[in-house]
Design a protein around this ligand. Structure first.
Ligand code: H2B
Length: 93
C-alpha cells in the first residue's frame, strides 16, 4: 500500500471534515451518549478493522474515543486510513 502524496491527502480530507490532519496520521475525537454506546461503536469498528487488516490507535474514556489512524507499514497515510476513517464516520451515524 503506497503512501499518499500531500495532494492526495488534501483531496481525501475534503470528504472527512471532522478529521484533523497530523504529520503522519489523521485524528478525530468521537463522543457518544455513554460508555455502552462508545464501546458498542468500538466493537463494530473492530470487525471492520479486522476485515481490512488495518487497525486504529485509540483511547476510550467513558463516552469519548480518541482515534488516530496511520499505516505503520508505510510510515504514513494510505488509502486504508481514509477508508477506515470513512467507515468510522458512517458507524458513528
Ligand atoms: N494497522 C495499521 N494501522 N497499520 C499497519 O501498518 C498495519 C495494521 N499492518 N494492521 C498490519 C496490521 C500488519 O502489521 C499485519 C502483520 O498484517
Amino acid at each position: 500500500m503506497a503512501k499518499l502524496t500531500a495532494a492526495e491527502i488534501s483531496e481525501h480530507m475534503k470528504a472527512l471534515p471532522k478529521w484533523e490532519r497530523g504529520e503522519d496520521r489523521i485524528k478525530r475525537t468521537f463522543k457518544f451518549k455513554d460508555f455502552v454506546e462508545a464501546f458498542g461503536w468500538m466493537s463494530s469498528v473492530a470487525l471492520v478493522a479486522e476485515r481490512m487488516n488495518h487497525h486504529p490507535e485509540w483511547k476510550n474514556v467513558w463516552a469519548t474515543v480518541e482515534v488516530e489512524l496511520s499505516t505503520h507499514d508505510a510510515g504514513g497515510l494510505t488509502e486504508l486510513d481514509m477508508k477506515l476513517a470513512a467507515a468510522m464516520d458512517v458507524l458513528a451515524g
